[in-house]
Design a protein around this ligand. Structure first.
Ligand code: HEC
Length: 399
């Protein structure tokens, strides 16, 4: 029989105690990190609240009397986002991309604003604010069952803006419940003859909420079926909602998906099943509308990637994220597509998929520049050259 010396027991006790206290230090560090990110977000949020009126109204945004104050907020917001990378939470793959994108977009907003191109600056700012949402749909507080805010934004309710605008502010400042209620209020007060643009936007925000934050097909189905029963909207809007309802009545692409527990083989198989090598991206046969499945699929891909940053599938995930994001955010929202493609090339320059990312990136540049000009501007040419060197592209493959 094995004899245990009392000294051995004491030794292992000490070992246990040390381990235990290290664990609890690690846990409390994580808590501090989370809280500090939230605190910083609260500061960010207060700038957005203070700019609420200018964000909502172009008239106020372009007024000379408001110039200094808007400049100050834009500058400070830009800096806040640049410096936020010191927080480990933000180092998650998807969040890093969002952080770089919003910092760059805010810089460009300030440049436009200083050049007195104010309506353009406002459009850019409003597009950039969609990046708040894109981060929050994949941030830890959302993934691990939606956590209430630590810091409450109070003044949004006092701003003299419309219900829709107020809902938008709540949506980007991570107060989803308040936002959804106000979108409902706005939608319920709308008439069939109203401009579809805002009605569809409000509905689409709600779809994002149910699919990317609540992550529930049944809740979404219930919500949108209600709107169909009310017969409140015109035919165009009703058609869109019916397409969603059709897709939501079926199964989600991966029921009870748990990113942390999913193995690489399973993910690989899943991607092969749902994503064919079609340039248009995944084709879903259930309905013509792919919006529901696109949102569902992008959550699955991004959650997996954030949970397994070293996966061999990284380049492929970023490629598909880009294609899906462009399709979903086509007109209404800001697309992170190009940022995903750049990350794909920069992080995985040895992976064959990086070349596909390059081609998709070039297609986009051609659409953006070559429809009006014969040549790319010199800074874009330099950017392309850098990418070609990075990917080691020979003349023949440059396309
Ligand atoms: C780089 C990713 C990222 C971007 C971009 C981002 N956030 Fe956040 N935000 C987070 C994370 C992480 C949290 C912590 C809670 C969580 O995990 O969801 C958070 C939480 C918040 C909170 C809740 C704070 C609390 O009381 O708990 C607010 C408010 C907020 N963000 C506002 C904004 C606004 C406004 C923008 C855009 C101007 C923005 N955020 C952009 C990552 C981001």
């Amino acid at each position: 029989m094995l004899k245990i010396q009392p000294s051995q027991i004491i030794l292992s006790l000490i070992l246990c105690l040390t381990l235990y206290s290290e664990l609890s230090i690690a846990a409390s560090n994580e808590m501090i990190v989370k809280k500090s990110v939230r605190k910083e977000m609260n500061t960010i949020s207060s700038h957005i609240r203070d700019m609420g009126l200018y964000i909502a109204s172009e008239g106020e945004f372009v007024k000379n009397a408001n110039k200094t104050i808007i400049q100050k907020h834009l500058q400070e917001l830009g800096l806040l986002f640049k410096n936020i990378k010191i927080h480990p939470v933000i180092e998650t793959q998807g969040l890093t991309i969002g952080q770089a994108a919003i910092a760059e977009q805010l810089d460009q907003t300030l440049v436009l604003f200083n050049k007195d191109q104010k309506p353009k600056a406002r459009a850019k700012l409003n597009a950039a604010l969609n990046l708040c949402v894109s981060c929050h749909t994949q941030s830890p507080g959302t993934i691990h069952s939606e956590q209430p805010k630590f810091f409450q934004d109070k003044d949004i309710s006092k701003l003299k803006i419309s219900d829709f605008e107020r809902a938008e502010l709540y949506f980007i400042t991570r107060d989803f419940e308040s936002a959804i209620k106000l979108y409902d209020k706005f939608l319920n007060a709308s008439k069939k003859s109203d401009d579809d643009e805002f009605i569809l936007k409000a509905l689409e925000r709600q779809l994002i909420y149910y699919l990317k934050i609540k992550r529930s097909f049944p809740l979404a189905l219930d919500h949108f079926t209600g709107y169909l029963k009310d017969k409140r909207f015109n035919d165009i809007v009703n058609q869109e909602i019916s397409d969603w309802v059709k897709a939501l009545s079926g199964k989600s692409l991966w029921d009870h998906f748990d990113a942390a527990k999913t193995k690489e083989e399973e993910m690989d198989k899943f991607m092969k099943n749902f994503i064919t090598d079609d340039e248009e991206g995944p084709i879903f046969t259930v309905t013509n509308s792919t919006e529901v499945f696109d949102l569902n699929l992008s959550s699955i891909l991004m959650d997996y990637y954030n949970a397994h940053p070293d996966t061999k599938l990284g380049a492929k995930i970023l490629y598909w994220m880009a294609i899906i994001d462009k399709r979903v955010n086509d007109d209404l929202f800001f697309s992170l597509g190009d940022y995903y493609l750049l990350a794909c090339m920069e992080k995985y320059n040895k992976d064959p998929v990086a070349k596909e990312c390059y081609e998709a990136y070039m297609d986009e540049l051609e659409i953006n520049y070559l429809t009006t000009e014969k040549e790319f501007p010199s800074e874009i040419k330099a950017k392309i050259l850098k990418l070609q060197q990075l990917l080691n592209l020979t003349e023949a493959k440059k396309k």
